[in-house]
Design a protein around this ligand. Structure first.
Ligand SMILES: Nc1ncnc2c1ncn2[C@@H]1O[C@H](COP(=O)(O)OP(=O)(O)OP(=O)(O)O)[C@@H](O)[C@H]1O
Ligand SMILES: [Mg+2]
Length: 433
């Protein structure tokens, strides 16, 4: 016979009458103690992080209650029970990632919820992320590709943009874009192509916006993250933040200044990426270069993580494309980067494709391709790297025009290599069931 646990409860309920009712119900239960009655969220978080409780009962209307707050409570080891209030839709509360939502006044379920069954998620971070629903057209939820690479501008953004265009089948037959974000206009993918969301999650140096010649306006990814943090992100809302900028390609633009990185917390992006899978067949995420979850900051569970956006994408990914540049420094960083990825602060179970970009004789020597393959096989254990040639004419033309290669340099050798990468990525994804 198992011995029953004692539950210590932190209560933060906005209305004094409701708070009194909750405390009365809980205090009458055996092996249940109300250890703190908190007047506001900050007090609740402080008590939770001080280890003052094993469960939290929070009213849905508590000011500031969002996904991040719930994730912090769960990260501190608490079971989080949210009590519905008349003003807040139940769907929003369910989207906050708590363990249980109970109706106000439902004493029986409140007690059961607080005692729980100990089945809370281990990491307390991805909690409450509803699995991606099957999209309207009956296809399976989309696939997420994280494009990552070490520091030194190896070509992560170029790879992410060109891969997104290739997966969407952006071809030479498409018409020129008009107006873009100034006058977003839905466009259909070309025949046989898929829909793609391109998300800029680089919290150090986002550049998708300018690379695609878009207005440096409100960052779409931060807006989607904000909605997710409030439990309000559905597919329609996500689509509103992700305008179509190329046939079949929607973009979630990145933060306009590096200092805005706290607007991209992992607890919210976990949800954004899940909704992306419902919106599009493919989601391609341009990640930042740094993988550390700062050890010192980790002890302060209140501190947001600078690299949370990148770690969220890597953890969620079905395929990780690792980009390195083809020169002695870039290759060395790539080999170390692959090790860093193996030791990342979050599990990264996805299949990997290693891309070596800007392959050129001038930086590697004669037989550049063979040299690169040799070096990677010998030092990185990578036998099947995907090589992209140096193509300054094509990429500079794209940069200047704010367009993808398919639009301004369709015959470029780099474009052919990125098309080949798209084929490889498609092959890695299990066939549609
Ligand atoms: N295959 C290529 N041939 C020629 N130029 C390239 C190639 N790939 C990328 N470039 C150029 O290299 C520069 C850096 O590329 P990119 O911005 O994609 O790198 P990044 O890894 O995203 O850098 P950042 O650190 O800024 O995020 C850009 O000017 C781009 O046009
Ligand atoms: Mg970049």
């Amino acid at each position: 016979m198992s011995e029953e646990r004692t539950v210590t409860v932190l209560v933060a309920v906005q209305s004094p009458e409701d708070e009194a009712a909750v405390v009365t119900v809980l205090a009458a239960q055996p092996r249940t103690t109300v250890s703190r009655r908190c007047a506001e969220l900050a007090e609740l978080l402080a008590a939770a992080e001080a280890g003052a409780g094993t469960a939290a009962v929070v009213s849905g209307d508590l000011p500031g209650l969002d996904r991040d707050a719930v994730a912090r409570l769960r990260g501190a080891g608490l079971r989080v029970v949210v009590v519905e209030d008349p003003a807040t839709p139940a769907a929003r509360l369910a989207g906050l990632g708590c363990d249980v939502v109970v109706a106000g006044g439902d004493a029986e379920n409140l007690v059961a919820a607080v005692r729980g069954d100990g089945s809370a998620n281990d990491d307390g971070r991805a909690a409450g992320v509803a699995p991606a629903a099957v999209p309207d057209d009956g296809t399976r939820p989309g696939t997420l590709v994280a494009v990552w690479g070490p520091a030194g501008s190896p070509g992560r953004t170029t790879t992410a943009i060109e891969l997104a265009a290739a997966l969407a089948g952006v071809g030479a037959t498409m018409s020129r874009r008009s107006g873009l974000l100034r006058r977003p206009r839905p466009a259909l993918p070309t025949h046989g192509a898929s829909t793609v969301v391109l998300a800029d999650a680089d919290t150090y140096a986002s550049s998708v916006t300018s690379r695609l010649g878009l207005l440096d306006d409100a960052p779409g990814l931060a807006a989607a993250a904000r909605a997710a943090g409030q439990g309000l992100l559905d597919v329609r809302t996500l689509a509103g933040h992700a305008p179509v900028v190329l046939p079949g390609v929607r973009v979630l633009t990145g933060i306009t200044r590096a200092s805005r990185w706290p607007e991209l917390p992992a607890s919210s992006l976990d949800v954004v990426f899940q909704r992306c899978r419902e919106l599009a067949a493919w989601t391609v995420v341009d990640c930042g270069p740094v993988l550390e979850a700062d050890e010192l900051l980790m002890y302060d569970t209140r501190a947001p993580q600078r690299n949370g956006a990148t770690l969220s994408a890597l953890q969620a990914a079905d395929v990780v494309v690792v980009v390195g540049s083809a020169d002695p420094v870039g290759l060395q960083r790539l080999v170390r980067g692959l090790e860093d990825l193996r030791d990342a602060a979050v599990p990264v179970p996805a299949a990997r494709v290693v891309v070596v970009n800007r392959v050129r004789v001038s930086a590697v020597g004669r037989r550049a391709e063979a040299q690169v393959r040799d070096a990677l096989a010998r030092y990185g254990g990578v036998g099947d790297a995907h090589l992209v040639p140096d193509d300054p004419a094509g990429l500079d033309a794209a940069l200047l025009a704010g367009r993808v290669l398919a639009e301004c340099a369709p015959g470029s050798p780099a474009r052919a290599a990125f098309e080949g990468l798209a084929t490889r990525v498609r092959e890695l994804v299990p066939a549609t069931v």
